[in-house]
Design a protein around this ligand. Structure first.
Ligand code: UDP
Length: 483
């Protein structure tokens, strides 16, 4: 099935491990399975050890070349109050001149460019003969909402979160207003403007790559391909090529310790706890979580960070770096580490998530439900305790619980999830019948993921079609449909 395309493709992800990871995985597959040559352009950030480790791993295949764009000085346009998406967009915008220079050098051989949804600046300068594909790194449900957003923006006065009813995205399950992503909860701030700007330009792409598959999001994928609304707005061809998750991880400082500890635990007995690359809890919340884990009596592996009372995504761009340090342990309740020593392991800042999810001892994942984390969990048959923190994670948490049936969402009271609630969901997941059912469902999705990814599976075939489209689109034929 694999096409022998020999296409040369340039890839420009937004900074941040959640974007870089799936685009790098796609690049590896394009090189190893579809005979493409990929130049991967890395927008560097102040400090992301994790992102750098991933991109400078010695194990990248030949024909995948990573180029670090020279760092830009953002000091005059961002400050400590600048929020994540605004910072990301400004960083990318400031990188455009060096990106354009490199693309110029590559243009004699590049047939296509792949960006993610916050890279649509490139539409203003890219030569006509180079088609641009957008890799949507979140769920298809968020894509459907985002394609509908320009219309919502025109039709609704006031804030979307004040609407008296859920948001009815064409053909999709309605979204409860409390689940709406952070970026659209206040239409007056820069985050909203950036989000609307980029997402309203996504339909300018030659195709949209989706990190999902049929069994994960059946209703939304059907809506996107059949509902007249998406045709009316000229949605380009969609390529569901997921789940693309990182396979191997570079060895980090914590890895040998975590995995050796897991080796000693009984099969399916450990709850893994971590909140993505950016997530941090408030000090009160972190303490409640510690008490909840202690009261539940289950085995756990917990990645602990320095809490932050003001910003739930305070670790963004810093994950895996030295400033997420020993201090983290000082915020845990006194004596917690000693009292739980025989059944719990606390690691600082960062852990090899995929290796942990793959390990037989891991029974469930308490996660912020970033899209990559959700896919990594499901792909390994691990059910989730959904603890959304920022961005679109509330939507993902609801999907995990209500649609995919692979998890349970924690409920907070007055903004804090209490130790009693934590003990309840953890015990239910690790020891209850409901937990067994969620695990069974997660295993089903694991099987289905492995089917679509295998040679001849739907995502494999779609990826091959996309690689072909890159080759032919460069010759002015962007109309090749997947499948
Ligand atoms: N991750 C990890 N170790 C950690 C925390 C996160 O390896 O301790 C990785 C995780 O495997 C995933 C990514 O960081 O690939 C987080 O992406 P996601 O989309 O879940 O969330 P985001 O960080 O974008 O909020």
């Amino acid at each position: 099935v694999a096409a022998s395309t020999n296409a040369h493709i340039a890839v420009l992800p937004s900074p941040g491990i959640g974007h870089v990871t799936p685009l790098l995985e796609l690049s590896k597959l394009l090189v190893t399975h579809h005979h493409c040559h990929v130049t991967f352009l890395n927008v560097t950030t102040e400090s992301s050890a994790a992102q750098n480790n991933l991109l400078h791993s010695p194990n990248l295949p030949p024909n995948l070349h990573v180029i670090d764009l020279p760092p830009v000085d953002l000091s005059n346009i961002v400050n400590d109050q600048t929020t994540v998406l605004t910072r990301l967009c400004l960083n990318l915008r400031e990188n455009l001149p060096s990106f354009n220079t490199i693309l110029d050098q590559l243009s004699h051989k590049s047939q296509a460019l792949i960006i993610d949804m916050f890279g649509t600046f490139v539409f203003d300068t890219i030569p006509q003969n180079i088609p641009v594909f957008t890799f949507f790194t979140a769920s298809a449900s968020l894509l459907a909402f985002s394609l509908f957003l320009p219309q919502l923006d025109r039709d609704v006065e006031g804030e979307f979160i004040d609407l008296p009813h859920p948001v009815q995205v064409p053909g999709c399950k309605p979204i409860q207003t409390e689940d709406l992503l952070d970026q659209v909860r206040n239409r007056k701030i820069d985050e909203y403007k950036w989000y609307l700007y980029h997402l309203s330009r996504v339909p300018m792409s030659a195709g949209i790559l989706l990190n999902t598959w049929q069994d994960m999001e059946p209703v939304t994928l059907k809506a996107l391909s059949e509902h007249p609304f998406y045709r009316k707005i000229n949605t380009p061809p969609l390529y569901p090529i997921g789940p693309l998750i990182k396979e191997t991880e570079p060895v980090t400082e914590n890895e040998p310790e975590c995995l050796a500890w897991l080796d000693k635990q009984p099969s399916g007995s450990v709850l893994f706890v971590t909140f993505g690359s950016g997530g941090v809890l408030s000090s009160e919340q972190q303490s409640e979580l510690a008490w909840g884990l202690e009261l539940s009596g289950v085995r756990f592996l917990w990645v602990v960070r320095v809490p932050n009372d003001a910003n739930a995504s305070a670790a963004f761009f810093k994950a895996g770096s030295d400033d997420a340090n020993n201090a983290a342990l000082r915020y845990l309740p006194e004596g917690f580490v000693e009292r739980t020593r025989d059944r719990g392991l606390v690691v600082k800042s960062w852990a090899p998530q995929v290796a942990i999810l793959r390990h037989a001892a891991t029974g469930a994942f308490l996660s912020h439900c970033g899209w990559n984390s959700t896919l990594e969990s499901v792909t390994h048959g691990v059910p989730l305790i959904a603890w959304p923190l920022y961005a679109e994670q509330r939507m993902n948490g609801t999907m995990v619980e209500e649609d995919a049936g692979v998890g349970v969402r924690v409920r907070s009271e007055g903004g804090v999830v209490g130790r009693g609630e934590i003990e309840r969901v953890v015990s239910m997941m690790m020891e209850g019948e409901e937990g067994k059912e969620m695990k069974r469902r997660a295993r089903e999705l694991k099987e289905s993921a492995s089917m679509v990814l295998g040679e001849g599976g739907a995502s494999f075939v779609t990826r091959a079609a996309m690689a072909n489209a890159c080759l032919f689109a460069g010759k002015n034929d962007c109309s090749q449909k997947p499948g």
